[in-house]
Design a protein around this ligand. Structure first.
Ligand code: SF4
Ligand SMILES: [Zn+2]
Length: 315
């Protein structure tokens, strides 16, 4: 966790705690909420700024990290992309991690109704990059990205920064931040990839829709691990009690989203509550588990053919 505020604005210029005098005389305000800061540079705790009045502001340098990430990617000639996975168990790859060249970088330019952090062009193709700090990719953002139909990756910079801070590198002095952003795919993930969507479309002609339900805990609290597919053809789990006793089911996140037979689902949207069961507006996942083991070969064939096509298109 990032705990200490070490950046302040002094006469409109970004400074670090090391650059200023101790106390109120530092003359700094918070770069986020603009309220006055006091520089705490005692002998016991790590030097940091504290808000004098605004205790509600939790800003700890997010904008700066965004800026830094954009700067590093803009100045790089290459970037490594994460692997694109069809299923996790067993892992079926559509393609492995790959390093692409960067021919052009555009920052914060609107694409349809979405403003990505970074747009990269590589050999005539575009890629969107989202620098993810405190806010992940919610449904609204995902829909906007999907509408662009441009591949998009997310980089979880918060985890990179936290690992730097653990090593007391508060000012990105080491090369680690750059290395993780550019040469590694460890903190990157695909938000959207049209290849996966195309492949899903091919397979969707064979899918079955399985209803999704979400149950509530006693105090009306929702838990992600309590979203179920009502029937699972490969019997991931079996209800042990209640009216569904003996019937099969699967947990959406734990089972379905890691299952090779899973083709996706509609956006999850809760609209009503009836006796403790909350039902999704479009209560279905798309599953091909009922096609059984002979389909295992088919699914690989489809993926292989599709991969061949991608390769041909690229060359
Ligand atoms: S996607 Fe897999 S785990 Fe989920 S219901 Fe279908 S077969 Fe079961
Ligand atoms: Zn603030």
């Amino acid at each position: 966790m990032i705990e200490r505020l070490i950046y302040g604005l002094q006469n409109g210029k970004l400074v670090t705690i090391d650059d200023v005098q101790s106390g109120l005389s530092c003359g700094c305000v918070c770069p986020n909420c603009k309220s006055k800061l006091i520089a705490k540079k005692g002998n016991i705790r790590e030097h940091h700024f504290a808000h004098i009045n605004n205790n509600d502001c939790f800003w700890r340098g997010e904008s700066l990290i965004h800026l830094k990430s954009k700067e590093i990617i803009s100045n790089s000639r290459t970037i490594k992309l994460p692997k694109l996975i069809w299923s996790y168990n067993p892992e079926i790859l559509i393609f492995d991690e790959v390093t692409i060249t960067i021919d052009k970088v555009t920052l914060e330019r609107k694409v349809n109704d979405f403003i990505p952090d970074i747009i990269i062009e590589s050999k005539g193709r575009k890629l969107l990059i989202e620098i993810i700090y405190s806010h992940g990719v919610n449904n609204i953002k995902y829909r906007k990205i999907r509408k662009t139909d441009i591949p998009a990756i997310g980089i979880n910079v918060k985890d990179i920064v936290n690992s730097l801070f653990k090593e007391k590198d508060y000012f990105f002095n080491s090369n680690k931040f750059k290395t993780e952003l550019i040469n590694s795919a460890k903190y990157k993930f695909w938000i959207y990839n049209p290849e996966l969507i195309k492949l899903r479309k091919i397979l969707k002609s064979k899918y079955a829709e399985r209803h999704v339900i979400q149950t509530l805990k006693s105090n009306n609290v929702f838990f992600d691990d309590m979203i179920y597919s009502e029937y699972c053809p490969i019997a991931k789990r079996t209800w042990q009690s209640g009216i569904l006793k003996g019937e099969s089911y699967a947990k959406l996140y734990e089972d379905c989203e890691n299952c090779k037979y899973y083709l996706g689902r509609d956006e999850y949207e809760i609209i009503g509550c009836n006796s403790g069961v909350v039902i999704d507006k479009k209560p279905a996942i798309y599953c091909i588990g009922h096609l059984g083991s002979p389909f295992d070969l088919d699914i690989r064939n489809v993926i292989n053919k599709h991969k061949k096509k991608i390769r041909q298109n690229k060359s």
